[in-house]
Design a protein around this ligand. Structure first.
Ligand SMILES: CSCCC(=O)C(=O)COP(=O)(O)O
Length: 178
C-alpha cells in the first residue's frame, strides 16, 4: 500500500483511487507497466527493480572491464551513477560472465542523490566523493544528462555504441549513391 501511494504521488499518473485489494494489485501492475512503457526514471519506480525472483547477470561490452581495471591501477576512483536504484545495481552488476564490476568500483549512486538531468546532482556527488566537480569525468549516452553535468562544471564524454558521432561536418562521410 505504501509503495502504491508513493508511486501515485511521484507523478501525474491518470489512475483513479482503489477500494479493494484485487483492484489495488491490478492498479499497481497497471502503474508499473505504464512506467515501463515510458521508460520512467522515478526513484520509487526504480526501487522496484531490486525485487527479483531470480539472480540476474549483467552483460558488459568487451572494453568495460579492461578500461575500469586500467583506471583503478592509475589510482582513479570509479563510481556508477545510474537511474537504476543502488540496490538494483548491486543485484545486476553483482554477477557477469566477465567478473564482478562491483569489486572494482568505489560505489553506486542513484537518483536518491538527485536526477541525472539536474545539475545539482553532480555537485552533490562531488561533495560525497570528496572532490570538486572539475575533477570528475562523467560518461553517459544521454545528452540531457551531459548538459546537466556540464552545467555543474563536470567533464563529460558522450558514449554512443551503435551510432557514429561527429564533432564537425568535416568528419561527415556521406553514403555512396552507387
Ligand atoms: C543499473 S540497474 C537498472 C538500470 C535502469 O533501471 C536504468 O534506468 C538505466 O538508467 P541509466 O541511468 O543507468 O542509463
Amino acid at each position: 500500500m505504501g509503495l502504491f501511494l508513493s508511486l501515485q504521488q511521484e507523478d501525474m499518473w491518470p489512475g483513479n483511487g482503489v477500494d479493494d485489494l484485487q483492484q489495488m494489485i491490478q492498479a499497481v501492475v497497471d502503474k508499473v507497466c505504464w512506467q515501463m512503457s515510458l521508460d520512467g526514471k522515478t526513484t520509487m519506480f526504480k526501487q522496484l527493480a531490486a525485487f527479483t525472483a531470480r539472480p540476474m547477470k549483467a552483460e558488459f561490452f568487451a572494453d568495460v572491464f579492461p578500461a575500469v581495471r586500467k583506471w583503478k591501477e592509475a589510482g582513479m576512483k570509479v563510481y556508477i551513477y545510474s537511474s537504476g536504484s543502488a540496490e538494483a545495481q548491486k543485484l545486476i552488476f553483482g554477477q557477469s560472465a566477465k567478473g564482478k564490476i562491483l569489486e572494482l568500483v568505489d560505489g553506486p549512486f542513484d537518483t536518491k542523490i538527485g536526477h541525472k538531468v539536474e545539475n545539482e546532482s553532480y555537485q552533490r556527488i562531488a561533495d560525497c566523493t570528496g572532490g570538486s566537480t572539475n575533477n570528475i569525468l562523467f560518461l553517459t549516452d544521454v545528452t540531457q544528462e551531459a548538459g546537466a553535468a556540464e552545467e555543474a562544471d563536470v567533464h563529460v564524454a558522450v558514449v554512443k555504441t551503435y551510432y557514429s558521432l561527429i564533432t564537425s561536418f568535416s568528419k561527415l562521410y556521406l553514403p555512396s549513391s552507387t
